[in-house]
Structure formats: C-alpha cells, structure tokens
Design a protein around this ligand. Structure first.
Ligand code: NDP
Length: 602
C-alpha cells in the first residue's frame, strides 16, 4: 500500500491486523448463508403481524395508472413524487396493516434511526414536520410515514394486508396484471417495486431451536403482550420475574438491550461478533434553531451536504456532524497533507486504513472507559475495520453491562451450540431462560424472487429470475430491459449509499415520477431501457474501486456474504464508481436534460 501521512504511528498495525485475521478465522464457517432458517413451519407464528388484526375485504378487479409494491419509504416517496408530478392516486400494495415498511414491523423497544433525522426522515420539508430529536425514535418515524400517506392521499388507494403473488406484463393491453393473495387481479399502466433490502426475518439454524418450550419471538415481531410496555417506551413490566436471552448483538440488539436490561429479572446477551459501538450524542432539536435553518430547499441541501461530506471528496462544512461523517473527515485530513500528485487510489486506501485504525482504537478504548468488569469489556471489543459490519452508535448499550442482572454470554465467534427445551448452551454450559428473543437479522443478498415472494413476468414471458440469474441488470438500479413500465426503488446500481438509504430512494422516486409524467403527458404507453444503455451502465459500474464496506477480508457477516466469495448477485450490487455524490449530480443532470437518455418511449 502506498505511504499516506501517518497519524496512526503509535499503533502496532501488524499486530492489529494479525488480531483482526485471528478473530475473523474464529467466526468463519463453511455453511455461509445456509446457517440461517426462515420463519416457516414451527416458526410461522413468529412471523404473524402482532400489530393489526386481519381485515376482510372483497377482491379487486379494476385498473389503475400506477401500482407500487411495498408501503415503506420507497413506496411513499414514489407515490408522493408522482402526485407532485401530476400523477396522483398511486395504489400501494403492502403486506403490513399500514404504511411504514421497516418502521411498521420493527417496533422493538428503543428502535431509533442511526442516521440523523434531518437527513433520514423522508419529506420533512414537504410535510412541515420538525424532528423532535437528532435521532428520532421509531414511533415518530412511523407517524411520519402515516403523515406522508395522508398528505399525498395514498391511503385512498392502498391495499394493506395484501401480498402480491404475481406480476405479469400484458403486451397487447400494454399494462401489468397484478395478482395478490387476497384474490385481486387488477391492471396497472406502470408498476414500482420497493420491497426493502432487509425485510424477510431470519433465525439462526441452531441445533434444537425447534425444541424450546419457553416463549420466543423475532425482534421485528416484538411481543409486547409477553414483555409488557409499548413501542413508545412504557416499562416492560411483565419481565420483572422473567429470565430473558437475546441472541445477536447487531444494530437491533444494541438498541433493545438497554431496555431489556432495565426490566428483565435476568438478561443474557448472547454474542458471536461484537458490534463497534460509538457515541450517539442524541438530543432534542431546538425549535428556534430549526426555524432558522428550515428555509426553502433545506432538506435537499442537508441531504447533499451529508452525502458530500462522506463521498464528495472535498472539504465541505459538515452540517450533520456524526459518526458517519467523522470517518470521512479523518480520511480527508490525512489526504489533505499529501502533495496533490501523490493522491492516488493506493494512497487513499492507506489513508482510509490509518483513519480506521485510529477510529477503532478509540471505539475499543470507549468500551474500557464505560464497562466496569474488565473481562466483559475485553469481550465487547470489535476487532475489525469499522465498515466491515454495520457501525452502531449508542449511549446506553455498553453501560447496560454494568447492571448486575445483565450477563454477556460470549460464544467466541462460534455462536450458540444448542437450544434445549429450557434454555441455550454455550461453551458446554446450559443457561435456563423463560424467553429467547432472536435479534438475528434479515435475509440479505438472496435473489429478488426469494425476498419478494413473487415472480415478475415481463415482455415475451421473460421472468425477472431469468433476467437477473447472474445478478441484477439495470440502468440506474431503476429500469430493466424486457420489463417495460416497471421501476425498482433501491440503492444498488445507483448511488449505493449505505449510510443513508432514504437519499437513494428520494433520488429514484423523483426520477421515476419525471419519466412516468413524461410518458403520460405525451400519450406514450410504454417506456423501457434499451439493451445497449443497460449494458453500458453495467460496464460503467464494474469499474468501481474495491469496496470499503464489507470487504472480502472482513469479519463475516451479511456485508460480505458471510466471508465467502461474492455471488454473481453480490458482485453486481455495486454503486456508481465516482461515488454517491457524483451519482446524485449525474442523475439530476439526466433528469434535467428531459430526453431520458437510454430509455425508449413507445
Ligand atoms: P444483524 O444481521 O446485523 O445481526 C444479527 C445478529 O445475530 C448478529 O450479531 C449475529 O452474529 C447474531 N447471530 C446470528 N446467528 C447466531 C448464532 N448462531 N449464535 C449467536 N449469534 C448469532 O441484524 P440486526 O437486526 O441487528 O440488523 C440488521 C440491519 O438492519 C442492520 O445492519 C442495519 O442495516 C439495519 N438496522 C438499522 C437500524 C437503524 O438504522 N436504526 C436499527 C437496527 C437495524 P454475527 O455478527 O456473528 O453474524
């Protein structure tokens, strides 16, 4: 690696790298993603909707101009932008009982955004909502989803508790036929899909998991009937005489553990890989300050600033000032001291590595500073680069381990050995518990059909499974050849900005609204990306520099296919090579030009 100015000189990098490798090796396992199981069969009831009772309705057989599958941020943003562009009344089909997507399902105690509300919460300016905190809690974000639904009249056409079972292009009618599990079969001129990258809950395939006789649920289906309390923070008052285990220590667990620690008689936090947990510094948003900054166009400026400060490659005033922008600031400082002609890709990687070593040393020192018991502190330290796994930020998680009723059960990278009728086994020791909460995450990196649950049959019977057999193929992550009038809303093959997913969705929603309005205003019935434009885009994407997030040498996890070689699907889950800021500027220019280069309108 080329020399970079070395502010991390005091760190023994060789020793640190050797430690990273050793910890990674402990966690590597041959079964990769196959170690996880779905919430079906014995676990099906872990997957039922605990929030909304089933509602009967008659099947629908009508025609609408636009259908969107998924009622989370992607669907709400697209519905809103379409309405603004003169195409109101999008029909959103959603399996949950309301809008919200991830914020509908994930109501575990402590759920909160990890990216600042000012840039994370969609359509704040349009709805006139001032976030109450730097990092808003789940109920406020869920309410924002409902506010968007009301303001843009998206409730009027929405179909909740409904799962699409098939989407089929009718070439003669030049429209889509939408079938659902409620017996609907309606048609739509255009369809959008925003199924969410992390929406199918998964369980660890631990031997004996089906034998447990106590209570159990997945964090995305929190059972307040069992724990007491509610998503707004009411005491989990039924846990006072219960022994609880939470399996997993990812971003969800980090937020839920402080609440369980406070109320459970005994809490076992079962860890396989520690998360890096940096400071959070949450606080209320001052209404006077907000009134001053919330001048027209404020949220677009903030979005641009947040993305620029990480991926713009230049020094900008950092408005958000958080853990996401801090690492980028450090890298820039390292690079700034290099002569311009030495700022090569290798030098940038070296600067990144130095900045990361420093940052992670601080994150580990924080564990020692916060956690009283030295052995527990040692086990809570993360030995990998910060972007190897999803970085976490919290001011009460590490502190929870100072509560006498909280025990860290570290599995030394191996995971839980066994689940029994009455508890779980780690290191040959059985821990008896009344309840196991699975904070074991969501299916990632599998093919579209596996996560969506439906097939998309495009022009001339071409299925999406076939078209994407070797990975996603698109223009901008939105349009796919062979699938006219169909639009995908998700980050891959666009900006692929993981620190703020809603920014990706906002950009795509705006672009889709422009394209659809353009077609409708000119009386054109079909829009489709050309094969040539799609091929050229994929060629551009494949020039991307090596990824910093979840690199192959990272500790295993969903960021890097559990440490195994990337599948074809993952190889194409990349973003614009020049970075997210450059992509958003490129897409703005593409939209502004008005000819939508690469698309064919018929
Ligand atoms: P994750 O996939 O991040 O975490 C799953 C956890 O379960 C990991 O700690 C994993 O260990 C552990 N695990 C799996 N199998 C076993 C086993 N056999 N024995 C012991 N432990 C096991 O899921 P989360 O729900 O925490 O988060 C998923 C994603 O959702 C996040 O990465 C983030 O993108 C998003 N999220 C965002 C939030 C926000 O923005 N506010 C909040 C919460 C989630 P290991 O690490 O070793 O695999």
């Amino acid at each position: 690696m080329a020399a970079a100015p070395d502010n991390a000189k005091h760190i023994d990098k060789e020793a640190l790298l050797a430690k990273y490798v050793a910890e990674r090796d402990k966690r590597l396992r041959p079964d990769g993603n196959a170690q996880y199981i779905r919430l079906t069969g014995r676990f099906a009831d872990y997957n039922t909707d605990p929030y909304t009772a089933p509602v009967e309705r008659a099947p629908i057989f009508d025609h609408v101009p636009f259908t969107f599958i998924g009622g989370g941020f992607a669907g709400l943003l697209t519905g809103a932008r379409l309405a603004e562009a003169g195409v109101p009344g999008a029909r959103i089909v959603e399996k949950g009982g309301d809008f919200g997507g991830t914020w509908y399902w994930n109501r575990y105690p402590g759920a909160q955004c990890d990216t600042a509300s000012m840039v994370y919460m969609p359509l704040l300016e349009e709805t006139g909502h001032r976030p109450s905190e730097k990092y808003a809690h789940g109920p406020e974000i869920y309410e924002q989803c409902q506010r968007i639904g009301r303001q843009y009249r998206l409730y009027e056409n929405a179909l909740f508790q409904t799962e699409v079972t098939n989407l089929e292009w009718d070439g003669e009618g030049r429209r889509w036929i939408v079938s659902t599990n409620r017996g609907d079969r309606f048609t739509s001129d255009h369809v959008g899909m925003g199924i969410g990258p992390l929406h199918v809950p998964k369980l660890p395939g631990i031997p004996g998991i089906e034998t447990f006789k106590g209570h159990a649920f997945h964090t995305s289906r929190w059972d307040y009937g069992y724990t007491g309390g509610d998503p707004k923070g009411a005491p989990l008052d039924k846990l006072g005489d219960r022994r609880v285990a939470i399996i997993g220590t990812g971003a969800t667990s980090v937020q839920a553990v402080p609440h369980l620690a406070r109320w459970a008689k005994q809490l076992y936090v079962v860890q396989r890989t520690p998360s890096s947990v940096d400071v959070r510094n949450n606080g209320p948003i001052d209404p006077d300050w907000f009134a001053e900054i919330a001048t027209p166009g404020w949220q677009a400026r903030w979005l641009e600033n947040f993305t620029d400060s990480q991926t713009g490659g230049k020094d900008v005033e950092d408005l958000v000032q958080d853990g996401w922008t801090e690492l980028a600031r450090r890298i820039r400082t390292e690079l700034a001291s290099l002569p311009r002609e030495n700022r090569t890709q290798a030098a940038m990687l070296a600067a990144f590595e130095n900045a990361d070593f420093e940052k992670m040393e601080e994150v580990r020192a924080r564990v020692d500073a916060v956690v009283d018991d030295q052995e527990t502190a040692a086990r809570l330290k993360a030995w990998y680069r910060q972007l190897c796994k999803r970085p976490c930020f919290h001011d009460a998680y590490l502190q929870a381990f100072n509560t006498p009723s909280v025990t860290l059960v570290d599995t030394d990278g191996k995971g839980v050995e066994r689940i029994t009728e009455t508890g779980f086994v780690v290191g040959g020791v059985e821990y008896a518990v009344d309840c196991i909460i699975f904070a074991s995450g969501f299916e990632v990196g599998t093919d579209f059909r596996s996560r969506s649950g439906f097939e998309v049959v495009g022009r001339d019977g071409l299925t999406l499974s076939e078209a994407w057999r070797e990975g996603m193929k698109s223009l901008h992550g939105i349009h796919t050849h062979g699938f006219p009038n169909a639009f995908f809303v998700q980050p891959a093959q666009g900006a692929n900005l993981i620190s703020n997913i809603p920014h990706n969705l906002t950009a795509s929603a705006g672009a889709i609204a422009d394209v659809v309005a353009h077609a409708i205003n000119r009386g054109l019935h079909e829009v489709e990306v050309t094969q040539a434009a799609q091929d050229a885009w994929i060629e551009t994407l494949l020039k991307s520099p090596p990824r910093l997030t979840g690199a192959p040498d990272c500790t295993p996890g969903y960021y890097n296919n559990e440490g195994q070689a990337p599948t074809p699907i993952q190889r194409l889950a990349v973003g614009y090579p020049a970075g997210a800021s450059a992509y958003f500027r490129y897409l703005d220019a593409w939209r502004a030009a008005g000819d939508f280069k690469g698309l064919e309108f018929r």
